[in-house]
Design a protein around this ligand. Structure first.
Ligand SMILES: [Zn+2]
Length: 158
């Protein structure tokens, strides 16, 4: 391994601007070049990419959240008025329809929940992220209960 020895013999202040290499607008006292001073050097060297919210994505998430929320609230209401446990004795066509709606809404709510996570929510506005989080949790609780509690109805019909 070779070693290099350097010795600084002279130390002088810069005479010109390090960016534009000109002296005309460079102030040696303060080390400021008035031509380059306003350039966003920090941002150019460390660019931060800001993804702006998309109108389409925000509108889609708002509608999806509304569906998850409404179905979730209907399920929670049915749970507390004890209508979920009698659903399993309802006629087959009605029973299956409600179960399919709950299954779809549960999948919607889980998808919405992940969409509103910090990792994936770049295209959504802050308000929609908050609304989506509330609606997805309501949707998951409601549809989860709406799917699980009447589930023994399938065995009754076998
Ligand atoms: Zn300069």
């Amino acid at each position: 391994m070779r070693q290099w020895n350097f010795k600084i013999t002279q130390n002088k202040a810069p005479e010109r601007c390090e960016i534009c290499h000109q002296i005309d607008m460079f102030d040696r006292q303060t080390n400021v070049c008035y031509r380059c001073n306003s350039l966003p050097i920090q941002q150019l060297a460390n660019p931060i990419f800001i993804i702006s919210p998309s109108t389409v994505a925000t509108a889609m998430a708002t509608v999806l959240a509304a569906i998850c929320f409404v179905v979730g609230i209907i399920d929670i209401n049915a749970l507390f008025s004890k209508r979920l446990n009698v659903l399993m004795y309802y006629p087959m066509s009605f029973y299956m329809r409600i179960m399919i709606i709950n299954l779809i809404n549960l999948m919607f709510s889980i998808a919405l929940f992940y969409w509103c996570k910090d990792k994936h929510n770049d295209r959504l506005t802050y308000q929609v992220v908050v609304w989506g989080r509330i609606a997805s949790v309501i949707g998951m609780i409601g549809s989860g209960a709406g799917l699980l509690i009447p589930l023994p109805g399938i065995f009754i019909r076998l």
